[in-house]
Design a protein around this ligand. Structure first.
Ligand code: ZN
Ligand code: ZN
Length: 324
């Protein structure tokens, strides 16, 4: 069955084309993990001098477990950006934050293999780094994300997360803001709270639930096997996630990553934490986490239109994910 569905948060159309599923995949070698050795890995213990200095770390038995430092090759400058002098085009001044969080000292372990306790500690560090980045002068939005595997854009195989504080609100997040505010204005409810309610009534896209979190395939999933992990209680930011709820989040989140790992050997994926922005109406955004497997690559149609073609309907994806 093919369908065209609208993403309720962004207004973007997604084409579901089940027949594309059967397309031969000729680029198997793209899944090869570009593994570097522990001896020349800048993120391994003992090689700390190969990265900028430690800004924060957690320790056990005198050794670090989670380590935070500035990105050696920041995508966003921590120094001030000057406004360009071209008066025809638009530019802006500002500055940013670009940090890395190495979530394990073990070179061979990925986030999905961490214990619930270990990952809950990582979430605690992420929350602190988010608050720090958000409170940095000039930062308007903080994106926490992870590129897992070469097809997802990772250049170093040692597991790590990135925290980017940027001096503008991206278009995607502007759209979330509009959607959440408009829905609130018209219905006096939170859009995501109502999505959760609807999904719990429908029961066809929920992959799993815990007491405090729900994981489901979004109605207009842009990529195959996309999963959202959402707190049932309305919070607008990771900064509002209570420490006692972090274990619950860690449990369901790791469960989802383990399912994604089983989709295909060496599967790559991106993870994005969707936080409120400086322009969000206070308390209106509902914080959530997106897991986006890279089963198929973004190609000409996607790059030209920012519309998406997804060969797997979310209901089909949910069935498969529940079984894994
Ligand atoms: Zn390493
Ligand atoms: Zn809500």
């Amino acid at each position: 069955m093919s369908q065209i569905r609208k993403d309720i948060l962004t207004g973007q159309w997604v084409i579901f084309a089940a027949n594309r599923h059967k397309k031969p995949y000729a680029f198997k070698h793209m899944h090869t993990v570009l593994d570097n050795m522990e001896s020349d890995c800048p993120f391994c213990p003992g090689n700390e001098t190969e990265t900028p200095k430690t800004k924060f770390c957690t320790k056990k038995d005198g050794k670090w477990c989670i380590r935070v430092f500035d990105n050696m090759y920041p995508a966003i400058d921590i120094d001030k950006y000057e406004k360009d002098e071209d008066s025809f085009y638009i530019s802006k001044s500002g500055k940013g934050v670009h940090e890395l969080i190495v979530d394990t000292p073990d070179h061979k372990i990925q986030t999905s293999q961490l214990s619930t306790d270990e990952f809950a500690d990582v979430v605690k560090v992420m929350k602190e780094r988010l608050i720090n980045a958000r409170d940095t002068e000039g930062v308007e939005y903080v994106q926490i994300f992870k590129n897992n595997g070469p097809m997802a854009g990772a250049s170093i195989s040692h597991s790590h997360w990135q925290v980017m504080g940027i001096p503008f609100v991206p278009e995607e997040q502007e759209k979330y803001n509009e959607s959440f505010s408009k829905y609130k204005r018209e219905n006096n409810h939170c859009l995501m709270c109502d999505i959760i309610k609807h999904e719990r009534e429908k029961k066809i896209r929920i992959v799993d639930e815990t007491e405090k979190f729900i994981a489901f395939s979004p109605y207009a999933s842009r990529v195959s096997f996309e999963i959202w992990v959402v707190p049932k209680k309305h919070i607008s930011s990771l900064a509002e996630l209570k420490e006692e709820d972090m274990l619950d989040f860690a449990e369901i989140f790791l469960k989802m990553l383990n399912k994604v790992d089983k989709l295909r050997a060496g599967v790559c994926y991106n993870i994005g934490f969707e936080d409120e922005t400086s322009k969000s109406e206070k308390g209106v955004h509902h914080w959530y986490v997106k897991i986006m497997p890279r089963i198929s690559a973004m190609a000409g149609f996607e790059y030209s239109t920012y519309g998406y073609i997804n060969p797997v309907l979310p209901e089909v994806a949910t069935k498969r994910l529940r079984e894994l």
